[in-house]
Structure formats: C-alpha cells, structure tokens
Write a protein that binds this ligand. Structure first.
Ligand SMILES: Nc1nc2c(ncn2[C@@H]2O[C@H](COP(=O)(O)OP(=O)(O)O)[C@@H](O)[C@H]2O)c(=O)[nH]1
Ligand SMILES: [Mg+2]
Length: 103
C-alpha cells in the first residue's frame, strides 16, 4: 500500500522494493498488487496515473477507505490472482514443493 498523497511516491516504492530485496527477497518473486491509498483526496488521481506510467508491469489499484472506491476491484484482482495460482499459473507462488515423506 502506498499513500497517494506522498509527494515522493515513486521513490517510496523504490525504498520498499529495496527493503524487500535485502530482508525478504523471496517476496520479490511473488505476485503483488499495489494499492494507492486515499484516492478521495485532491490530486491523487493524477499521482495514481503517474505512478502507473512509471510501473507499467505492475497491477496498481487506487483505493479509498473513506469513499470505498476501488475496493471491489481489489477483491476481484486478489480473486483472479488466487485462481491463477490454483490453476498452477505463473504467479510466482506456485513454486512450493511438498516436503519429502519421512523414512
Ligand atoms: N482521506 C483519507 N484519509 C485516510 C484514508 N485512509 C486513511 N486515512 C487517514 O490517514 C491517516 C494516516 O493513515 P495512513 O496513512 O493510512 O496510515 P499509516 O500507514 O500509519 O501512515 C489517518 O488519519 C487516517 O484516518 C483514506 O482513504 N482517505
Ligand atoms: Mg501514512
């Protein structure tokens, strides 16, 4: 989740990715959905558009907990992601292998 009122949102996202790389690298291989928050506030739609343009390979959804905007889209996107995983799609979370049975 990224705050759309953050004037440095693109840099903030880079910091998040950098922290994941160093402290939870396996998370980087997993699918992600980026939520831009506070979409009810002035100027945030432009920031969302700008962020999307800078991150064209990412799923980016604008949301507001105040207006509930975007929340249905979040549900649908997560559902699609889980479905894709269930079908063994290339979601990055399908690499799990069962542990071998004890002798
Ligand atoms: N306008 C608006 N304010 C929000 C929204 N979500 C949270 N806030 C407010 O933003 C302030 C900080 O919350 P937030 O940035 O979400 O949490 P943080 O992760 O602790 O920075 C609180 O006063 C919340 O009430 C939103 O969707 N719209
Ligand atoms: Mg905040």
């Amino acid at each position: 989740m990224l705050d759309l009122t953050d004037e440095n949102i693109i840099h903030t996202y880079e910091i998040v990715l950098n922290e994941l790389e160093h402290y939870a690298n396996e998370m980087l291989q997993k699918p992600r959905i980026i939520l831009g928050t506070k979409l009810d506030l002035p100027g945030t739609k432009d920031v969302l558009e700008q962020f999307r343009n800078e991150n064209r390979d990412e799923i980016v959804i604008g949301v507001s907990s105040f207006s509930s905007e975007g929340l249905e889209e979040v549900k649908a996107s997560f559902y699609t992601m889980v479905q894709s995983h269930a079908r063994g799609g290339n979601t990055g979370v399908s690499d799990y292998t069962e542990p071998e049975d004890a002798p």
